[in-house]
Write a protein that binds this ligand. Structure first.
Ligand SMILES: Nc1ncnc2c1ncn2[C@@H]1O[C@H](COP(=O)(O)OP(=O)(O)OP(=O)(O)O)[C@@H](O)[C@H]1O
Length: 315
């Protein structure tokens, strides 16, 4: 696969603050990279450097072989950027705004009309093209921002919290649009929503204090969770202590967490690294005849991995 976007040891210092402190990554065509990190980790600052809106203190961003700088129009033409919050010109209509964006990219005449039509069609904006942007719902405002980002058919899309503030239906729709746009592009999205990463991203990079602390596919990251291979089940609360004690005695069990749910208790039986405990737990339940429901084996949890790599604490 072709690498379309590369960050090479990017750094940005604001006075003494090392907001971005040596980020290197590459994104290939067809990849959707989730860019995660706690508030203030340096996500937006990194994205602004990748798009040429902010000059790095050191390092460089390369798009389709071109070094990104404010003055390198060839590089910036290859990039579409949806800034955080997507500030738009509220008193313009989507039609007027997108025509303005086309002109800013030097696209004119019939080509501009086609570019606006195609971008609006891709995000299904047709019905609101003549309505003032400030009167649109958040979801439609975000679509206007996305249409503006893709209008010049960029190879690389950089989307800063594209679903922030949207309702669940709009989130679903925007994720679908991003997924549909991903085949021919390299996409980076920053997000605080971990389910979004699982639903949309082929890879995730977690940053903390300006540095990369984890990089892998969502399933590889989840495999680092203390919950990977854990068995979760509901048992009658009267049996919970007996089940927990028996489970703790099994080989391969690292510990048991309990949480009351009415007259039943949810037990999470944690596995030691690489241990397979589901069969042994199942045998134990059968042997004692406990009434167990919702028996499942955990694939690992991103929130727990996020917490441990960004705070150093396990869940
Ligand atoms: N222009 C600036 N001047 C000084 N400090 C800045 C500037 N821009 C960002 N920072 C600081 O750099 C750090 C990284 O900010 P950034 O916005 O990149 O974080 P983020 O990961 O995008 O956070 P969030 O999840 O809250 O959006 C923060 O401490 C922020 O206050």
């Amino acid at each position: 696969m072709d690498v379309l976007l590369e960050a090479r040891d990017l750094k940005k210092h604001f006075g003494p603050l090392r907001a971005v402190d040596g980020i290197s990554l590459s994104v290939k065509k067809g990849e959707v990279l989730g860019f995660l990190g706690p508030n203030g980790a340096g996500k937006t600052t990194t994205m602004k450097m990748l798009t040429g809106f902010l000059a790095p203190s050191a390092g460089s961003a390369i798009v389709c072989g071109e070094t990104v700088t404010a003055g390198n129009a060839a590089a910036r033409r290859r990039i579409g950027y949806l800034p955080e919050g997507a500030p738009l010109y509220g008193d313009m209509t989507p039609a007027g705004f997108l025509a303005f964006i086309a002109a800013a990219h030097g696209i004119e005449g019939a080509a501009a009309e086609k570019a606006v039509r195609d971008a609006a069609g891709a995000v299904q904006l047709e019905k609101v093209m003549e309505q003032r942007i400030e009167t649109l719902s958040k979801g439609f405002k975000r679509r206007v921002g996305l249409a503006a980002a893709i209008l010049h058919a960029p190879d690389v899309l950089i989307l800063d919290e594209p679903t922030d503030g949207l309702d669940p239906n709009q989130k679903h729709e925007v994720r679908r649009l991003i997924g549909a746009m991903s085949a021919e592009r390299a996409i980076i999205i920053s997000t605080h929503i971990l389910e979004e990463v699982e639903a949309l991203c082929s890879r995730a990079v977690i940053i903390n204090a300006g540095r990369i602390v984890a990089d892998g596919t969502p399933s590889a990251l989840k495999a680092r969770s203390i919950y990977v291979g854990a068995v979760t089940m509901l048992v009658p609360s009267a049996d919970a202590d007996a089940v927990a004690d028996a489970a703790r005695a099994l080989e391969g069990v690292a510990g048991v967490e309990t949480a009351g749910e009415g007259d039943r208790t949810r037990l999470t039986i944690l596995a030691k690294p690489a241990a397979q405990i589901a069969d042994a737990v199942g045998d134990l339940v059968a042997k004692h005849g406990w009434h167990v429901s919702q028996f499942s084996v955990d694939g690992g949890r991103l929130d727990d991995v996020f917490r441990s790599v960004t705070t150093g604490k396990a869940a």
